[in-house]
Design a binder for this molecule. Structure first.
Ligand code: ATP
Length: 307
């Protein structure tokens, strides 16, 4: 599949302060790509260069085949941008606002289809001022989608949402796959990145410190599954695993490859010792733990990460 975005050796210098220090990225057509990093890491700088709102100090950038620093008019129409806060006239209805935006484009999508896609059909004729925060974000997405963009930039799409509104938004973002849109998403919520994205890049201090699927990132920090249960008796297991017992819990750390064999060892031991393995569970490190380890490690050795 072709790339929607390619970035090679991108640098951005703000009067002697290098905010982006030579990054490479490639985002495939049709994928949902999460761009993660702590505050001040260089996400906004990078994304605004991709959107054509800031200029790079050096490096090559191609967004839908075009250098965003010198965009032809037709290119703008293929890009949808959803900011954290948008200003739409509150007296309009969602249908009126979407219809008004449709008139700015050469080949807009159908108004009702877009309203349906973002899940606003039953609020289409209400005043925008009366919509909830979550519904207003849906409208923001509708306004970005009406021009039939090939690529959408979503900036922290669910910040401040309650858990059910976040899940509904995830569904809506996931729906963008059905219309073949490429999505570049920034978020500080790791569960959101894990749930939605095909691939992830993590930026820290202006450098990409990791990239890949959530599972690949986990492998990169050697995140291992842990088997645990409640009990005080430390089992005798083969020396391929590390066993710890503290605060009434036994924890066995192993590798994905060894997992089944180690579970078998533990259950054999439990049968022999009449231990019920109360609360037995296997947990894999989630993206949040992986991310925190990547950020810590990233500041030390950005060059060692996989590309
Ligand atoms: P956040 O998650 O907080 O939005 P970010 O990853 O988007 O952070 P950027 O906004 O790209 O980070 O900022 C990267 C660095 O560049 C920060 O240290 C910031 O202070 C600095 N910076 C950003 N814009 C400018 C500017 N116009 N002039 C000088 N420095 C800037």
């Amino acid at each position: 599949m072709a790339d929607a975005i390619t970035v090679e050796g991108l640098r951005k210098d703000y009067g002697g302060f290098e905010a982006v220090k030579g990054i490479d990225l490639s985002i495939r057509e049709g994928e949902i790509f999460a761009f993660l990093g702590p505050n001040g890491a260089g996400k906004t700088t990078t994304i605004e260069i991709l959107e054509g709102f800031r200029t790079a100090t050096s490096g090559q950038v191609r967004v839908l085949g075009v250098d965003p620093a010198h965009p032809p008019l037709a290119w703008r129409e293929k890009i949808g941008i959803v900011l954290q806060q948008s200003q739409v006239e509150k007296e309009l209805t969602p249908r009126e606002a979407v219809t008004m935006f449709a008139a700015y484009y050469q080949g807009p999508r159908l108004v009702d289809e877009v309203i349906e896609l973002v899940g606003l059909a039953d609020k289409a004729n209400d005043r925008i001022g009366k919509l909830s925060g979550g519904q207003q974000r849906r409208l923001d997405l509708a306004l970005a989608l009406i021009g039939d963009p090939k690529l959408i930039f979503l900036d922290e799409p669910t910040t401040g949402f309650d858990p059910s509104a976040r899940r509904e938004s995830w569904e809506m973002i996931d729906n963008l796959r059905s219309i073949g849109c490429t999505v570049m998403l920034t978020t500080h919520y790791m569960d959101e990145a894990q749930q939605l994205s095909d691939r992830i890049a993590v930026i820290a201090d202006g450098r990409i410190v990791a990239r890949g699927t959530a599972a690949e990132l986990g492998q990169q920090v050697q995140a291992r599954p842990t088997i645990s249960w409640r009990g005080a008796t430390v089992p005798t297991l083969s020396d391929r695993v590390a066993v710890r017992a503290d605060e009434g819990h036994v924890r066995v750390e192993t590798t994905e490859d060894d997992l089944v064999g180690v579970v078998r060892e533990i259950t054999d031991w439990a049968t022999d010792h009449d231990d019920s393995l109360h609360g037995f569970e296997i947990t894999r490190p989630d993206l949040e733990q992986t991310y925190l380890r990547l950020i810590e490690a990233g500041f030390a050795s950005p060059d060692e990460v996989a590309s």
